[in-house]
Structure formats: C-alpha cells, structure tokens
Ligand binder design. Structure first.
Ligand code: CS2
Length: 512
C-alpha cells in the first residue's frame, strides 16, 4: 500500500476549504469538561510528535456555528463534515457527543481538527478537516445542547446517532413512550435523549430550522418528524418555529478507528491526531432539498439533491446494508473477523440476495445503472485496506433487521415469491444470537443490542432450531405479527436455521 504524503491537504501554513475567518482555540471546547487525552498537544512533548491543532496545523476555519450535529462519531466526521468542508462556504459545526465524552476529549485539545484517512486497494491518503468549531458532551450539560439547538444563528440540526439512538420501535417507527429515558425527558428533566433534546430546542426557538437525519432509517426525515411529534404530544410541548425534515441517503463505509489507524495518521501527517477516522474512497449523499433556513453548498461538494430520496434509500438500505448484515452474521459465525475476508467465500450468497430477493423490490431511479451499483458494492466490501469487523456490523441487529431485510421479505411475500436469501440472513442473525460463538467454538461473539437481555432470555433454554425460530419471530418490535404468522417465511427461516446449526455457516452458504 503506497502512502502518499502529497495527498495530505491543507498542510501547515496552507489554508483549506476557503472558509470564513480564523477561529481561535477558544471556539472549540464548548461545555462539558474538556480534558486532554494524552496530556495535550504542542509544547513540550518529551520527544513525541506534537498534537494536531491550529498551532501545529495553521489553516482557515469557519467562524460561525450554523450546524448543530448530534452524534459526532466517526461516520459524521468521515461523511457530512467532509461535504461541509468541501462546500467551503463558512458553515461551522457544533458537534455533540451523546454517549461518551471521549470524542470531545480527543477533538477539543486539537481545536476541533482531525484527519480523514481514505483507504482503497493500494492507496492511502489523509486530509485535515476543520469545520468542527465547538464540542459538547450532552450528558455533562444537557441544557447547553437545548440552547445550541435554540440558537437562531443555527440553521441545520443534523443527526447521526445510530438506529438505537432514536428510541423508537423499529417495526412501527413510533417513539417508545415507555422507554424510561424518554419517559423522564417527557416528564421535564433537562433532556438526555436525542428526540427530547430536539423537541425542547425547537420549542425554545422562533427562527426556522432544518432537522436533517443522516442515519440508516427508512424514510428517515418523515420518521424523525413522527418521533418529534410523538414526543411533543406526550410532553404537551408546542413547536412554534418552521421546521423541515428532509429525507437523506448517506453512504460511506467507516469502520471504528483502531490504535493502528492513529499511528498511520501520525505517519501521514507528522503530528499526532487522536481524532482520526478511516474510511473508503467512495462517498455518496442524496438529500431532499427542503431546507427551511438555507444549507451549506453541499451540492458543490458532490451531494445529490432530489425531490425523491426513496428509491436511493431503498437501494442502499436493502442492497448495501442488507448485504452487510448478512455478511456480518454469516461471516462472524464462520470465524471471519473482517468483511473483506468473508466476502470471498460468502459472496455468492450475497449476490443472490441482491439479485433474486432485493432487485425485484426496487424502483430504480431513471438512468441508474443497478448492475454496476451492485458490482461496486461487492468491490467495496472486498476492499482489503479497510479492516471492517463483522462483529461491528453485527451490533444492534434488532434495530437494523427491519429496514435492511424485512422490507425485502414483505415485498417478496406480497408478490407470492419466496425470499430465500433474506431468510438465510435472518436465520444467521438468529444463530448468532442463540449460539453466541462461532461454528466449532472460539471466542464468544458479542451480542451488543438494546434488546440483548430479551433476546438472550427468549432462547436461553432452547435446544431445537424450530423453537428458537418461533421464539425470536415472536418479538413484535422486530418482526410484527404479519411475519410471525407467515408460514412461508417462518418455514424458510426455520429450515435455514436448522442447516446452519447442523452444518455450520460456511458449508450451508457455499452449498445452499
Ligand atoms: C454498516 C453501516 O455498521 C453497519 O451496520 O452496515 O454502518 C455501513 O457501513 C454504512 O451504512 C455504509 O454507508
């Protein structure tokens, strides 16, 4: 893999992005107790490289905060923040971390700067992104998040909080009013849930604003609007400002950053960057152009604006994410740590999921080359330079299955067809939940899921695949009554689960 130092953009002394004004370090830090991770950046580092910051990497940065982004994790930093940087029209971002102060601790001492490492087969490059101008840890000061959303200078409130961050019921798309955190936020404490923060912030503002969901939810704009309405109705809150909820389709594979990635960033940059993210060359963003109060020139940065995001969204959720989840469960069971290693032996079944089950359900945008798109997905999964762990994608299956696989299942059943490959993917998820370890033994497979305790309890004493299938299909938040009662679907899943149990994932998938 050739590291190309020349690809590093905006090196010390060079401006990047053409944004307005230079913010001092005081612009970043915000609320929430910011502390250095490794004792700070430049200055006396005892021989270690200095830390990335505006002092070590002088560059132009936006002076105004016009975006509040909830969920400043790796995906936002590798995707929307890069588009905002490339738009180059001075929109600064206040990044809010919901679940942990770690990202704030990493970015604040760096004046919000971090690098994006792009890895493709045989290529690696890094660039520094500077649009994040303020950082907050929501749990440390929930009131400050509400104030930031209410700030009239803010025009867009965007979100990447993962599926489970919405605390909704994935089968119905409605807010879980019985969720204890939601219930406490409705009762009026300073809000700790994302939907609570948005509703309280919107209720406190008059100026128009756009709420932009950038998570892999079906009809994500409409879904989040519904959750906001559910919360506001239950809390008796009136929202008086104009607010729009455009739909989006977001796509860029961004595995969790590892210590080795931080070392690679340091090698490429010449300074230490504890906020680096690693991603692939491909990036796509399709957005419904219904903004209430303007937006960055994301179109200049390559985003596609359209009246109808739905066809793009279904293609992406059902083809990319559906295949990803299938690869994650089958691959982890077969003992593959990485997606790039699993795709070789399991790629045949993935291709059949795409071609036989998903493709007939899609309404393809005019002029779109679906064959090339599917081939490109297989290439992206095979990217040997991205170390994307199967168990990372396997997380939160209860929140992901409905939009990734069960929509395909429903559409095929309605057409009188048998969704064989989608059923294999669902059976692989069941086997993953039930077995808890790869075929033939080995280190336990992590079951990281908001419904973990219920999932575990429902299969704990079962020894028969048919009983496991029935027990898991009975979880209404995931499957709904229609799928539980479909003898075609339950028969397919039970059959696959019996074979996965008897023959293992690799043998079953290769000899379907
Ligand atoms: C993945 C996604 O972790 C997962 O569940 O399927 O994060 C996927 O990498 C992105 O949606 C790609 O755009």
């Amino acid at each position: 893999m050739a590291a190309r130092r020349g690809d590093v953009s905006g090196g010390p002394g060079r401006g990047a992005g053409g944004a307005a004004g230079a913010a001092g370090a005081g612009g970043v830090g915000g609320v929430g107790g910011v502390g250095g991770v490794d004792g700070g950046a430049s200055g006396d580092t005892g021989g270690a490289p200095a830390r990335l910051s505006l002092a070590t990497w002088p560059r132009q940065v936006p002076s105004d905060i016009r975006v509040v982004h909830l969920g400043i994790g790796a995906f936002h930093r590798a995707h929307q923040a890069v588009y905002t940087e490339d738009a180059g029209d001075g929109w600064g971002v206040c990044g809010v971390s919901q679940r942990s102060g770690d990202v704030v601790d990493r970015l604040a001492p760096q004046d919000g700067l971090y690098s994006v490492l792009v890895r493709g087969p045989g290529e690696e490059s890094a660039r520094v992104i500077g649009v994040v101008r303020r950082l907050m840890f929501a749990a440390a000061d929930p009131g400050a998040v509400v104030d930031a959303i209410a700030d009239p200078a803010v025009r867009v409130v965007s979100l990447t909080v993962t599926e489970k961050g919405y605390r909704h019921d994935p089968a119905t798309g409605r807010l879980r009013l019985t969720d204890p955190e939601i219930a406490r936020d409705i009762a009026g404490r300073p809000p700790r849930t994302v939907i609570g923060q948005i509703v309280r912030g919107l209720a406190a503002r008059r100026a128009p604003v756009t709420v932009l969901c950038c998570d892999n939810l079906p009809a994500n704009g409409t879904t989040v609007r519904g959750l906001v309405d559910d919360f506001a109705a239950a809390a008796g809150v009136r929202i008086g400002c104009d607010v729009t909820f455009p739909a989006t389709m977001v796509d860029r594979i961004t595995p969790a950053t590892t210590p080795a990635d931080l070392t690679a960033a340091e090698r490429l940059l010449g300074v230490r960057d504890l906020g680096a993210v690693v991603t692939e060359p491909f990036s796509q963003w399709v957005i419904e152009d219904t903004f209430a109060a303007g937006r960055p020139a994301w179109d200049k940065a390559g985003a596609i604006f359209t009246d109808d995001v739905a066809p793009y969204e279904s293609m992406k959720l059902r083809l990319l994410n559906g295949a990803h989840s299938m690869l994650a469960y089958l691959g982890a069971l077969a003992g593959f740590e990485l997606v790039a290693d699993a795709i070789g032996p399991l790629g045949g079944a993935i291709g059949r999921l795409m071609d036989e089950d998903v493709t007939p359900t899609l309404a393809v945008p005019r002029g779109f080359d679906l064959v090339a798109y599917k081939a490109s997905l297989l290439d992206r999964f095979a990217n040997p330079a991205l170390r994307h762990r199967t168990t990372q994608i396997a997380m939160d299956g209860s929140q992901k299955l409905p939009q990734r696989l069960l929509g395909t299942v429903r559409d095929r059943l309605a057409a009188g067809a048998e969704p064989r490959w989608a059923a294999l993917a669902v059976a692989a998820w069941m086997r993953y939940v039930w077995a808890g370890a790869p075929d033939g033994g080995g280190a336990p497979l992590p079951l990281d899921d908001p419904l973990r305790d219920r999932l575990r309890a429902s299969v704990a004493d079962l020894t028969d695949p048919g009983a496991v299938c029935a027990a898991l299909l009975a979880i209404p938040e995931i499957f709904g009554p229609d799928l539980r009662e479909s003898s075609v679907f339950s028969g397919l899943v039970a059959d696959w689960l019996a074979r996965l149990t008897r023959d293992g994932s690799l043998h079953t998938t290769i000899n379907p």
